[in-house]
Design a protein around this ligand. Structure first.
Ligand SMILES: Cc1cc2nc3c(=O)[nH]c(=O)nc-3n(C[C@H](O)[C@H](O)[C@H](O)COP(=O)(O)OP(=O)(O)OC[C@H]3O[C@@H](n4cnc5c(N)ncnc54)[C@H](O)[C@@H]3O)c2cc1C
Length: 345
């Protein structure tokens, strides 16, 4: 198996969707499973390492003084079928949107509401990507990978992944210690479209689709996303910077007493999810720019943008100011969705 090229002082500008002009001391692209032992050797010798997919959920605070391992493992294989499902194994480095298109072309349902989410397949389980009423876990079968310290391969089933809202075991106890090499999805034959999200139903009505197919749902989601979210190729961003906070029903009622228009979505008998974008907008941040360097997107307050020449620290300072301001205004603490890659601890 061909050895990979190890590069020094490698530019990461094209490998983070904030478009930050940062460098990795050492970098290599892991392209084949046959290179994993060599990769483990490099990782275990590195003073610090970072596994990187598409860089669409990271914020670099500066150059990365360590080894960046870009996960480029490709591959698509149907590994099983039953009367209602197809089981598709995808290499961790496959592009998520290409996987969505591949499934749609074959008529396999489950991923259409997750259309156009940037990034790779291998990163999708890390925060259990979700959009428009669907999460990765709804189509997840299992994943395979390797423990970085021991080199042992391991399979994680759905329960072991402990998926939650933008959360999984890979953000907690297994954080940074496990390299996901492939993900197997359980896709539906004759899938019924998921239309629970009002924005999707509304878009389908606009498109005059009274009996929508999964392809129509994907088209609708793409149209909404293109309208609402800045394209990282034009304006650096990492999608939602914060998670939507989950508060107790009592806390939500007291917020509503103050602000009758406060939106909230009941997620259990005792908890309500509040859109973080609304809180940020109400605190006066929507559309604000910090010296023309970075700012809060004018259409979607949950998205922080690099307006051209921001540093990671500029964006981090903005995020910190927003958290303080929302806390002061509402007594609610926003939690970051984006992974901040800081200097060594
Ligand atoms: C415009 C825009 C819109 C977005 N919309 C959504 C959305 O609707 N819903 C949503 O959930 N997210 C959304 N995101 C966030 C992002 O697309 C997802 O989190 C995506 O899964 C990140 O994939 P990535 O390959 O870019 O991961 P990266 O940013 O490269 O990495 C993210 C994390 O995963 C780790 N990681 C990556 N690959 C592996 C691997 N193979 N093994 C182990 N660890 C790994 C990294 O170390 C890092 O901690 C959006 C981002 C942007 C820029």
């Amino acid at each position: 198996m061909q050895a990979f090229d190890i590069k020094h002082r490698h530019p990461l500008k094209g490998l983070n969707t904030f478009g930050l002009d940062v460098y990795a001391d050492t970098y290599f692209n892991l392209l084949h499973t046959g290179q994993i032992n060599q990769a483990l050797d490099q990782i275990n010798r590195a003073k610090r390492y970072l596994l990187l997919g598409g860089g669409s959920n990271v914020l670099f605070l500066g150059d990365y003084h360590g080894t960046v391992v870009h996960i480029g493992l490709k591959g698509k294989k149907v590994i099983g079928r039953d009367s209602r499902h197809v089981y598709l194994r995808l290499g961790a480095g496959e592009i998520w949107q290409e996987a969505v298109l591949f499934c749609l072309a074959n008529g396999w349902g489950g991923l259409e509401n997750l259309s156009l989410i940037p990034g790779t397949v291998g990163a999708a389980p890390i925060q259990n990507i979700g959009a428009y009423g669907v999460e990765l876990e709804d189509s997840f079968q299992d994943l395979e990978g390797v423990e970085l310290s021991s080199g042992k391969t391991r399979t994680y089933g759905k329960t072991e992944c402990a998926f939650g809202y933008r959360d999984s075991i890979f953000k907690r106890v297994a954080a940074k210690t496990f390299l996901i090499t492939s993900v197997t999805l359980r896709l539906r034959l004759n899938a019924k479209p998921v239309l629970a999200h009002e924005a999707v139903s509304q878009q389908l009505r606009t498109m005059k689709k009274s009996a929508p197919t999964i392809q129509d749902v994907s088209d609708a989601v793409i149209a909404i996303r293109r309208r609402k979210l800045p394209d990282p190729a034009e304006l650096g961003n990492a999608g939602s910077f914060f998670k939507n906070p989950i508060v107790s029903s009592e806390r939500y009622l007291s917020l509503q007493a103050d602000r009758p228009a406060a939106p909230g979505y009941r997620i259990s008998d005792s908890e309500v999810k509040i859109p973080a974008g609304w809180l940020i907008e109400q605190a006066g941040w929507k559309g604000r720019s910090i010296d023309g360097r970075c700012g809060v997107h004018h259409q979607q307050a949950l998205v922080l943008v690099n307006s051209g020449n921001a540093s990671g620290q500029d964006i981090m300072d903005l995020a910190t100011a927003i958290v303080t301001s929302v806390e002061d205004t509402f007594g609610i603490t926003l939690e970051r969705e984006v992974n901040v890659i800081g200097p060594p601890a």
